[in-house]
Design a protein around this ligand. Structure first.
Ligand SMILES: NC(=O)C1=CN([C@@H]2O[C@H](COP(=O)(O)OP(=O)(O)OC[C@H]3O[C@@H](n4cnc5c(N)ncnc54)[C@H](OP(=O)(O)O)[C@@H]3O)[C@@H](O)[C@H]2O)C=CC1
Ligand SMILES: O=C(O)CCC(=O)C(=O)O
Ligand SMILES: [Mg+2]
Length: 417
C-alpha cells in the first residue's frame, strides 16, 4: 500500500521476464510524474494524445490506466516540505516497470541536488537513450537538417555529473585538497585555498554496459556505425579509458577487428559490418554541424551526452521536439530532453512534442507499435500543415501558431485511423 499514490481501480502491472522481455497486459498501469514548470502544460496533453492513439489503434481492446506518482515541487506539497523524491515513487517506478515523467527543477550553484539524476542513480537507469531525427518542415538552422539522424547512448550513472563535489572552503573540500597535496603529491591545484572539488568516477563496468547496449542497438536496427565520443586526450584515465574499454568490448564481445590498422574497428559481416570509431568531443561538436551524415549511433559519457543532446536537438529544430528514455535492463522512465522552462510554466504555450515523442518511444518499448506509428504520422502531418507552437512558428513563414493544448488536439485530429 502506498501513502499518497492512488492505484487505479482497473489495470495491471507490466512484468519482466528473465531475458528482460516485457509482459504487457492490454490494460497496463503506467505511472507518471507531472513535472515542475511546464510539466503542468505538457504532461496532460501527452496523456490525451497517447490515449487517443491507443484507442484508435486498438479500438478499445487496449487501454492505459495512468497512475500519478510524485517528485519535485509537487511532491513537497503532498509529502512535506523537504520530500523531493519519496521512497514510494521509486518503489512504484520499480514495481510498474515502465513510466514517464515531466521535467524537474534543479537549482543552480546550491540547494538540492538534481532529482532527475537521483532517479537515474537510485534505479540504476544507466542508459540515457536520445534519438535525434528530423521531421520534414521543422525550422532548422541547417541547410540539410535531414542529414542529422543519430541515436545517443549517454552513460547515465557515473562521471562528474554524478554530483560528488565539495564547496570551496568547506571542511570536505579542505580534507580532499589536503589529501591530494600531502598524500598524493598533487601540485597542480592552482588555488588550493579557494578551490571547490568535483570527482569524476568512470569505471570499466559502467562503460562496458553502456557501450554494449549501443553496439547491440546498432546491430538490431541496421545502423552503420557506433562512435565513442570522449575527451580522452585530456582526461586520460576517465574519458580516455572510456574509449579504450569501448574498443576492447567491441573486440571481446562482438568480434570487432581493426580497420586499416586501427584504432577504428569493424564488426564481422554477420553483425552488420558496423564500424566502431571514436572522436574527441570538441571536434565532434563541430563535425556534427559540418558533416552530420558521418555519425550514426553515439556512445558517450554523462556530461558529454548532456551537451551533445541539446546541440543535436537544436540541429533538427530544438529541444521542443527531443525525446528520450532512462533505462536499466528492466526498468524504463521516459522523459523529454528539455527542462522546466520556468518562464513558460502554466501558460499553455510550449511545444509538448518532446514528451509526446518520449511517449511514442514508450509505446514502442511496450510493443504497441501501431499506436506509436499513429503518433509519429500525426506529428509529421501536423508539422507539415504548419500547425505549430510558438517555438517553430517564430521561424516559419505562414505558420498557424497554436497553444500547447491546441497542438495536442491537432495531433489527435490528424491521426490517420
Ligand atoms: N530532465 C529534466 O528534468 C531536466 C531538467 N532541467 C531543469 O530545468 C530547469 C530549467 O533549465 P533551462 O536551462 O532553462 O532549460 P530548459 O530546457 O528548461 O529551457 C531552455 C529553453 O529551451 C526552450 N524550451 C524548453 N522546453 C521547450 C518546449 N517544450 N517547447 C519549446 N521550447 C522549449 C525554451 O527556449 P526559448 O526561451 O528560446 O523559447 C527555454 O527557454 C533547470 O532547473 C534545469 O536543471 C533541465 C534539463 C533537463
Ligand atoms: O537534472 C537536471 O536538472 C538537468 C538534467 C539534464 O539537463 C539532462 O539530463 O539532460
Ligand atoms: Mg540536459
Amino acid at each position: 500500500m502506498y501513502q499518497h499514490i492512488s492505484i487505479p481501480a482497473e489495470g495491471s502491472k507490466i512484468s519482466v521476464n528473465a531475458d528482460y522481455s516485457l509482459n504487457v497486459p492490454d490494460n497496463p498501469v503506467i505511472p507518471y510524474i507531472e513535472g515542475d514548470g511546464i510539466g503542468v502544460d505538457i504532461t496532460p496533453v501527452m496523456r490525451k494524445v497517447v490515449d487517443s492513439a491507443v484507442e484508435k489503434a486498438y479500438e478499445g481492446k487496449r487501454r492505459i490506466s495512468w497512475m500519478e506518482i510524485y517528485a519535485g515541487e509537487k511532491s513537497t506539497r503532498i509529502y512535506g516540505e523537504n520530500v523531493w523524491l519519496p521512497e514510494e515513487t521509486l518503489q512504484a517506478a520499480k514495481e510498474y516497470v515502465v513510466s514517464i515523467k515531466g521535467p524537474l527543477t534543479t537549482p543552480v550553484g546550491g540547494g538540492i541536488r538534481s532529482i532527475n539524476v537521483a532517479l537515474r542513480q537510485e534505479l540504476d537507469l544507466y542508459v540515457c537513450l536520445r534519438p535525434v531525427r528530423y521531421f520534414q518542415g521543422v525550422p532548422s538552422p541547417l541547410k540539410n537538417p535531414e542529414k542529422t539522424d543519430m541515436v545517443i547512448f549517454r552513460e547515465n550513472s557515473e562521471d562528474i555529473y554524478a554530483g560528488i563535489e565539495w564547496e570551496a572552503g568547506s571542511e570536505g573540500a579542505k580534507k580532499v585538497i589536503d589529501f591530494l597535496m600531502n598524500d598524493m603529491s598533487v601540485t597542480k591545484i592552482r588555488f588550493p585555498q579557494t578551490a571547490g572539488i568535483g570527482v569524476k568516477p568512470v569505471s570499466r563496468e559502467g562503460t562496458e554496459r553502456l557501450v554494449r547496449k549501443a553496439i547491440q542497438y546498432a546491430i538490431d536496427n541496421g545502423r552503420r556505425s557506433v562512435t565513442l565520443v570522449h575527451k580522452g586526450n585530456i582526461m586520460k584515465f576517465t574519458e580516455g579509458a572510456f574509449k579504450n574499454w569501448g574498443y576492447q568490448l567491441a573486440a571481446k564481445e562482438f568480434g570487432a577487428s581493426l580497420l586499416d590498422g586501427g584504432p577504428w574497428m569493424k564488426l564481422p559481416e554477420d553483425k552488420g559490418g558496423i564500424v566502431i570509431k571514436d572522436v574527441i568531443a570538441d571536434a565532434f561538436l563541430q563535425q556534427i554541424l559540418l558533416r552530420p551524415e558521418e555519425y550514426d549511433v553515439i556512445a558517450t559519457l554523462n556530461l558529454n551526452g548532456d551537451y551533445v543532446s541539446d546541440a543535436l536537438a537544436a540541429q533538427v529544430g530544438g529541444i521542443g521536439i527531443a525525446p528520450g528514455a532512462n533505462m536499466s535492463d528492466s526498468i524504463a522512465i521516459f522523459e523529454a530532453t528539455h527542462g522546466t522552462a520556468p518562464k513558460y510554466a502554466g501558460k499553455d504555450q510550449v511545444n509538448p512534442g518532446s514528451i509526446i515523442l518520449s511517449a511514442e518511444m514508450m509505446l514502442r518499448h511496450m510493443g504497441w507499435a501501431e499506436a506509436a506509428d499513429l503518433i509519429t504520422q500525426s506529428m509529421e502531418k501536423t508539422i507539415q500543415d504548419k500547425t505549430v507552437t510558438y517555438d517553430f512558428a517564430r521561424l516559419m513563414a505562414g505558420a498557424q501558431k497554436v497553444s500547447c493544448s491546441a497542438f495536442g488536439q491537432a495531433l489527435i485530429e490528424n491521426m490517420a485511423r
